[in-house]
Design a binder for this molecule. Structure first.
Ligand code: NAD
Length: 354
C-alpha cells in the first residue's frame, strides 16, 4: 500500500474514499481535500488509468487544486474531486453511473460532483437519479460557456498588464484545443478583432475554426511554438514544461486548461523569459462560479457573467502583487488562497480585489 496517509497529511487532505460495486465493476475514488470554506465541489473524471496509484495521484492533485480554485474564486466552497477508473467509451453505463451516484449520496453533501473529462451532462443525469449532490446535469447546462467567458476576461487583464492595453484587436492568439471552452473562447477573441492560430486533434473542429474565424491552422505539436502575442492552452495539462518553455514565442500564457504548468519550476521559467502567466485555476474558474451559482439558486446568466467577470480584477491584483513581491503569479495566487483558507473567511465582496 503506497503511503496515502502520509500524502494526505502532507497535503492537508480530509478524506480519501474508495468505492467498489461488484455488480457493475465500479471502481471509483473520491478525494475531499478541504471543507474549511464549504462543501467540497469538484467534477468526476472517468479515465482508463494504467494503475490504481495513478488514479489516486490524479484525484488528489485535482481535489487540492479545487480547494485553491474555490478559495480564489471567492466562493464558500471546499475542494474535492472524483475519478472512475475505466474507459468512458467502453465501460460507461447507466448502472455504473447510478452505482457511483449512490456512493456520492452516502457522503451526505460533503462532496458535490460535476462534469470532468469523460463525464458529461447526460452522464450526470444518471448520477442525479441517485443523489441530489450533483451540479451541471442536462437540466442545468454545461459550465463551459462561463469558463470561456472568464478566460476571455482574464486574457484581457493579462494583455493590459503585459502589453499595456486590454484591447485584443489586431493581436494574435494561439488557441490549443477547440472543445467546449476553446471554441467559445475563439468566438470572443474573433469578435474583438484578434487573429487566431488554432490546433486540435480533431480535424473537423479545425476546419470549422478556419472557415468561421479565418483562423490559421497548425499542427497540435507545434502550436505552442508559433509566433503570437498570447498562447491560450485549452486542451490537456502540462503543456508548459522544460521542453516547451524555450520554444515559446509569446508574451502571455493564459488559457482554460487545468495544470498548465508541468511543475512549480515552470512558473519561474516563464517569469525568467519575461512571459506573463495567468494562473490556471484563477483564470478558468468561470465554470465553477456558474455551477455554484446554480447551487445557490441564482440562474440569471447576465448576473452570473458579471460575477465571472471579476476574474479580470482578481488577475490584475495578482499581477500587481507578483511584480511588487518578485514572485511568479501562480505563487502569489497560492499564497492568497492559503491566506483565505487560514482565515476561514467567508466570501468577500468584489471591491476588496480592486
Ligand atoms: P473538451 O474535451 O471539450 O475539449 C478539449 C479539446 O482539446 C478537444 O477538442 C480535443 O480534441 C483537444 N485536444 C486534446 N489534446 C490536444 C492537443 N494535444 N492539441 C490540440 N488539441 C487537443 O474540454 P473543455 O471542456 O473545452 O476543457 C478544456 C480544458 O479546460 C481542459 O483542460 C479542462 O480541464 C479545462 N477546464 C474546463 C472547464 C469547463 O468548464 N469545461 C473548466 C475549467 C477548466
Amino acid at each position: 500500500m503506497p503511503g496515502y496517509f502520509s500524502a494526505m497529511e502532507k497535503q492537508g487532505f480530509e478524506e480519501l474514499l474508495f468505492a467498489h460495486d461488484a455488480s457493475t465493476g465500479l471502481k471509483a475514488v473520491i478525494a475531499i481535500h478541504s471543507t474549511i470554506l464549504g462543501p467540497a465541489l469538484g467534477g468526476t473524471r472517468m479515465w482508463p488509468y494504467p494503475t490504481e496509484e495513478a488514479a489516486v495521484n490524479d484525484v488528489m492533485r485535482l481535489a487540492r487544486g479545487m480547494t485553491y480554485k474555490a478559495a480564489m474564486a471567492d466562493r464558500d466552497l471546499g475542494g474535492g474531486k472524483a475519478v472512475i477508473i475505466g474507459d468512458p467509451c467502453r465501460d460507461k453505463s447507466e448502472k455504473l453511473l447510478r452505482a457511483y451516484g449512490r456512493f456520492v449520496d452516502k457522503l451526505g453533501g460533503r462532496y458535490i460532483t460535476a462534469e470532468d473529462m469523460g463525464i458529461g451532462e447526460k452522464d450526470l443525469d444518471w448520477v442525479r437519479q441517485e443523489t441530489a449532490h450533483v451540479l451541471g446535469d442536462s437540466s442545468q447546462g454545461s459550465p463551459s460557456p462561463f469558463t470561456a467567458y472568464g478566460v476571455w476576461r482574464g486574457i484581457k487583464a493579462s494583455a493590459r498588464d503585459a502589453l499595456g492595453s486590454d484591447s485584443l484587436e489586431g493581436l494574435t492568439v494561439a488557441v490549443q484545443g477547440l472543445g467546449g471552452v476553446g471554441s467559445r473562447l475563439c468566438e470572443y477573441l474573433a469578435g474583438e478583432g484578434a487573429r487566431l492560430i488554432v490546433a486540435d486533434l480533431d480535424p473537423e473542429k479545425v476546419k470549422g475554426a478556419v472557415s468561421r474565424w479565418a483562423a490559421k491552422a497548425v499542427a497540435p505539436e507545434e502550436i505552442h511554438a508559433r509566433e503570437c502575442d498570447i498562447f491560450a492552452p485549452c486542451a490537456a495539462g502540462g503543456i508548459i514544461n522544460e521542453l516547451t518553455i524555450p520554444q515559446l514565442k509569446c508574451r502571455i500564457v493564459a488559457g482554460a486548461a487545468n495544470n498548465v504548468l508541468q511543475d512549480r519550476a515552470c512558473g519561474a521559467g516563464l517569469m525568467n523569459r519575461g512571459i506573463l502567466y495567468a494562473p490556471d485555476y484563477v483564470i478558468n474558474a468561470g465554470g465553477l462560479i456558474y455551477v455554484d451559482s446554480i447551487r445557490l439558486g441564482l440562474k440569471d446568466p447576465d448576473e452570473i457573467r458579471r460575477v465571472v467577470g471579476r476574474i479580470e480584477q482578481r488577475l490584475t491584483h495578482i499581477f500587481k502583487r507578483s511584480a511588487a513581491e518578485k514572485q511568479p503569479p501562480e505563487v502569489v495566487a497560492d499564497l492568497m488562497a492559503e491566506e483565505r483558507l487560514q482565515s476561514g473567511a467567508k466570501a468577500a465582496p468584489t471591491e476588496t480585489w480592486a
